[in-house]
Design a protein around this ligand. Structure first.
Ligand SMILES: Cc1cc2nc3c(=O)[nH]c(=O)nc-3n(C[C@H](O)[C@H](O)[C@H](O)COP(=O)(O)O)c2cc1C
Length: 215
């Protein structure tokens, strides 16, 4: 069945996208407003897009109750700084707590009982319990209808010591991070424990494999 995205409503396009583009990593974004009030919220329209400079992107939609930007976007527009933390399985309930549509005056990290740690290069703090945190400054804001895609240049990354296997070689024990992704619907997530290893092939290996199948 084909769904024609040129004639569908935005709500239907959203349904189809979030039900199929899975699993999506979750950016737990920490910002602060000009007065220093800290804000945190999860965003699963998120990924990494470049390494030189290192660029991550987040799709911020409008508030469900109107077109005004969410606090995360309003703060990024005002300050140009944000921290992206990643979400391990043991923190999914705290992550969901920070998605409650609180007013801008509410500090979601305090509500969820999470610890703030200072960032090294930017003002917004990072979430102490998160095993990975990226300090970012705005690289570009791309308007896409009622979404704004925030592209952030990563200035620094913090990784929990126990997940760093070899700091000199930058080897990370990714399974130890135990990160989750977002699946379909509003409440579904996936753990990254079901892994498969599929080695890449050279042309010679591909041809040898084809020859073995044929013969
Ligand atoms: C797992 C998860 C992923 C989410 N992803 C997005 C997203 O990609 N874009 C978005 O606009 N809202 C997303 N939301 C909803 C926001 O987190 C929610 O609107 C939040 O209240 C926004 O907070 P803020 O106003 O403090 O930025 C997500 C919620 C959850 C629970």
């Amino acid at each position: 069945m084909m769904f024609d995205f040129e004639t569908l409503s935005a709500a239907d396009r959203y349904k189809l996208l979030v039900a199929t583009v899975v699993p999506r990593p979750i950016a737990w974004v920490v910002t602060q407003d000009k007065a220093g009030v800290v804000n945190a919220a999860p965003y699963s329209f998120f990924n990494a897009f470049a390494d030189n400079p290192a660029v991550v992107g987040i799709g911020c939609g409008p508030r469900p109750d109107g077109p005004s930007p969410k606090d995360t976007l309003a703060n990024i527009e005002a300050t140009g700084q944000f921290t992206v933390c990643l979400v391990p399985h043991r923190l999914v309930h705290e992550m969901v707590a920070t998605a409650v549509e609180f007013g801008p005056e509410v500090d979601e990290l305090a509500e969820a009982g999470l610890t703030r740690l200072p960032s090294a290069k930017i003002a917004p703090p990072r979430i102490g319990e998160s095993p990975v945190a990226m300090e970012c400054e705005t690289f570009q804001l791309v308007r896409a209808g009622h979404h704004t895609i925030v592209l952030g240049k990563v200035l620094a990354m913090h990784v929990a010591d126990e997940a760093v296997m070899d700091p000199a070689k930058r080897y990370i024990d990714t399974p130890k991070l135990d990160l989750v992704g977002r699946m379909h619907g509003r409440g579904w997530y996936v753990r990254t424990t079901d892994r498969i290893e599929v080695p890449r092939l050279t042309v010679a290996e591909w041809q040898a494999r084809k020859a073995a199948k044929a013969g």
